[in-house]
Ligand binder design. Sequence first.
Ligand code: MRU
Length: 363
Amino acid sequence: MSTFIVPVARPSDAHPPFDTVRPSPDGRGLVILDQTQLPGAEVEVTLRTRADMEEAIRLLRVRGAPLLGVMAAWSLAALARNRAARGMSDGPLQRAAIRDDANVLAATRPTAVNLAWSLRRVISQVDATLAAAPGLDAAGLADRVWAEAEAIHAEDRQMCLTIGEHALQLLPAAPAPLTVLTHCNAGALATGGVGTALAPLYLAHAAGRTLRVFVDETRPLLQGSRLTAWELGQAGIDVTVITDSMAGALLSTTPIDAVLVGADRIAANGDTANKIGTYLLAVLARRHRVPFYVLAPTTTLDPATPDGEGIPIEQRHPDEVRQGMGTATAPEGVRVWNPAFDVTPADLVTAWITDQGVVRSWT
Ligand code: MRU
């Protein structure tokens, strides 16, 4: 991996102009931006119980691999504070409860490795803290989890910016307008910061560069048209939505500088799981000789999984396809195959752009 940092214009501190997840004022719950209601309504929801947090992740009120890691850590922190505030005093009892919360949250979404990574990181801090201070009470342990959640969130925010800076090294230089195609949502709504695939776009926009961003609708849950188009629009970035089936026509008729996507898990050989439809774009990009870049933090790497075949792919409810837009989009009861992610073989990826540098080949 090579690392290079260049000074570039950064989005202002006020960007993004929304919080995807933050602790509630009393620290015993979480406030999330409910992404299922976008773009129609910007609604914040307070989650107080583990069941609320579990449901928010399963229903994609909070989603996107890096954000799932941030959300998981904040969930453990808020639940631990809540227990201490309600009178739990015993440290080992608190540790057992935190482990139990982590097991429940880990089962919500299997593909994005950041979720399990973050839970493991918090648990190992809890174990180390109690080993060093066996007499620590439940409130003290909750404070430790809180500090870890803050650190995970801050690190994710920083990683987004660094990914964006690295990506700008590979994309055609200013002043030419930058034209890209992206898929799903790998932006501020999917991370604790300005996103991964969208990070270079925010940086380029902040530097005054002209951008043209095409985004796939991203069936069946429309993260592209509902979320990416919304957040880029909020930032004043030029965005054009296409349906997923238009990508081939777009790439064969329109000069596109690069296809930029995020990742949910990158196996040891570089095979990359991302939102369903990503593989299709990678094949099209190769056909049309357009660079296909995967932008992801190092927390998305999974060295324990040798290749794409070992990546667990989340299967979602058939009604997401049968009743796509709240109306019948297929005959009632028809059999549906609804994998939430696909795997792009490493050989179709031009480069992986991470916070620690650019990887062009894993061998
Ligand atoms: O099902 P989702 O909406 O959580 O899927 C999100 C994606 O596939 C993103 O592209 C990926 O998590 C990267 S987000 C920076």
